[in-house]
Design a binder for this molecule. Structure first.
Ligand code: AMP
Length: 302
């Protein structure tokens, strides 16, 4: 089953303790779509400037990512630059320019409107809502957000949350959104805002899932070296939604497996700068790491 994603498609400059990458393709929708493409066809919605490399769009297309919903407009792509601290859970935004995103008004091609799985990656909540208005009867809608929108567009975000069954945020966003430091209490508060379920991404500490009385926890894959955490959360979301769209299984067991696939995709993304690790990733490697996750978390062994 197919999957629609809307979000940023960007040109990033990244600095981590391991090095630097200038002007590389990024953006939440890019990481999401590439990760999800290992499981299912993806329909992308976004906007790029004329400076976005054609070969990168061709690469997306070669992965089965439909670009009919991606507008190419004269001007510059969204540009973001970030620097990670020695503790890579902490990063500073050095610069941000929305550029062509300032004029973005998503218009879904007809073929996108009946798609059953929809993900609203990080973008202004009013734009996320605009996309949601255009899909007819989605089976599952997931969304992400960020500090910027929690601080500056709270009313629109609250309205969106009442329409989103699955929220995926990181721990800092969960705290800011809920006003609670403790993740269990934060999740309770978020569930009271509208979503039926929330997945909280915690970087090297893994991910938590809350739905009703259910709590599920997955560790991050233990890696000796993290090169660049950019896009880990978006790759996690892509793995989760991609697997759910592929299997069509949104049962409690299906959701748990999806969360492990999300963690697998995130663990690969951080192994190199930008999208580089995903460029050479194979489905075989994904399945192998999934099995390693199973043995990593099994404790009831003879
Ligand atoms: P993450 O590491 O999951 O926070 O996602 C990083 C990606 O988000 C980068 O590739 C950036 O291009 C993109 N990004 C940064 N700031 C924004 C913003 N304000 N709106 C949309 N995308 C952004």
């Amino acid at each position: 089953m197919s999957l629609v994603v809307v979000g940023s498609i960007a040109i990033d400059t990244l600095e981590t303790p391991q090095g630097r990458a200038n002007d590389v393709p990024g953006g939440a929708a890019s990481y999401f779509a590439v990760a999800a493409s290992f499981f299912t066809p993806v329909k992308m919605v976004g906007i790029v400037g004329s400076d976005f490399p054609r070969r990168e769009l061709d690469w997306f297309a070669s992965l089965g990512i439909d670009l009919a919903g991606v507008e190419v407009r004269a001007g510059k792509s969204l540009r973001w630059s970030g620097r990670y601290h020695e503790d890579m859970n902490v990063r500073d935004t050095l610069s941000f320019a929305a550029n062509v995103f300032d004029a973005f008004a998503p218009e879904l091609p007809e073929a996108y409107r009946d798609v059953p799985f929809v993900f609203l990656a990080n973008i202004a909540p009013s734009l996320q809502a605009r996309v949601l208005d255009q899909v007819r009867a989605p089976r599952l809608v997931g969304a992400d957000t960020m500090n910027l929108w929690i601080d500056t567009a709270r009313g629109e975000l609250d309205a969106l949350l009442r329409r989103v069954p699955l929220l995926m945020v990181n721990d800092e966003e969960a705290r800011l959104l809920s006003g609670e430091r403790n993740m269990v209490r934060a999740a309770r508060r978020i569930l009271a805002m509208g979503p039926e379920s929330v997945m909280i991404k915690r970087g090297e500490y893994g991910a938590l899932y809350f739905s009703g009385e259910t709590v599920f926890s997955v560790p991050a894959y233990p890696l000796e070296e993290v090169f660049d955490p950019t896009g880990a959360g978006d790759s996690f979301a892509g793995g989760v939604m991609g697997y759910l769209a592929r299997s069509g299984d949104v049962s409690p067991g299906g959701i748990r497996r999806a969360i492990v696939y999300g963690s697998v995709l995130a663990s690969f993304t951080v192994e190199a700068f930008g999208l580089d690790r995903l460029r050479r990733l194979t489905r075989g490697e994904i399945d192998q790491r999934y099995r390693q996750f199973v043995s990593l978390t099994s404790f009831d062994v003879p």
